[in-house]
Design a protein around this ligand. Structure first.
Ligand SMILES: *[C@@H]1O[C@H](CO)[C@@H](O)[C@H](O)[C@H]1NC(C)=O
Ligand SMILES: *[C@@H]1O[C@H](CO)[C@@H](O)[C@H](O)[C@H]1NC(C)=O
Length: 188
């Protein structure tokens, strides 16, 4: 594999460096002024994330099960697709701020550990329509789990930061969980 990738990458780099300055058709240095880039600011958001697996309208559904021949006490290999509500308060009737769309997979053989890949899509206030992307490791039994914010769209263009997630409530029978999220994000 490596033998293939390295020459391929090298040939790609050589091709790019040979062709881009000469033709200039697909790359140029962009002017920052239309982006209205002022000083970078730090925003802090706080909301509750509702992962509902029970009932007739679950927002978190199992889409991949591990092979039946593999028995793992940590659910290693399971994947859920989510469209979870983000609310202002922990109650599910509380004001909806947005949704968390994406998936998480159980990616640890030793503990309950998730790989989380999700977009926070805000639907209220000035951030309506803007998104933040979180991709990280979530060892769910730990009190506070930190994951990176790796980017964003709309008012969150060029965003970077991190989230801290902590469990507010968990129903062991149904798997339904309410998680408190603090989000710290640098953006323009
Ligand atoms: C909302 O929360 C209440 C109280 O915890 C619960 O009985 C109800 O099933 C929840 N509704 C939904 C749609 O999850
Ligand atoms: C959010 O944006 C959508 C699409 O532009 C719009 O339909 C909706 O009314 C907006 N919601 C709020 C609360 O501003």
């Amino acid at each position: 594999m490596a033998q293939f990738i390295i020459p391929f990458t090298l040939s790609l780099l050589t091709t790019l460096s040979l062709t881009s300055p000469a033709t200039g058709t697909f790359w140029k240095s962009a002017n920052t002024s239309p982006f209205n880039l002022g000083a970078e600011k730090l925003s802090h958001f706080q909301f509750y994330w509702h992962d509902i697996q029970s009932g007739s309208n679950p927002t978190s559904i199992s889409i991949v099960k591990p092979p039946p021949t593999i028995s793992s006490s940590t659910g290693f290999g399971t994947v859920n697709m989510i469209d979870d509500l983000l609310t202002e308060r922990p109650e599910n009737k509380s004001r909806i701020l947005g949704r968390a769309q994406g998936f998480y997979g159980l990616s640890s053989q030793e503990e309950l550990g998730l790989l989380m890949v999700m977009n926070f899509v805000f639907i209220t206030g000035r951030y309506n329509g803007s998104t933040l992307t979180v991709l990280g490791r979530n060892p769910v039994m730990q009190k506070v789990r930190e994951m990176p914010v790796i980017g964003g769209t709309g008012l969150f263009r060029f965003a970077r930061g991190y989230v801290q997630a902590s469990t507010y409530s968990l129903n062991m029978q149904t798997g339904d969980a309410v998680i408190k999220y603090h989000v710290y994000v640098l953006h323009y």
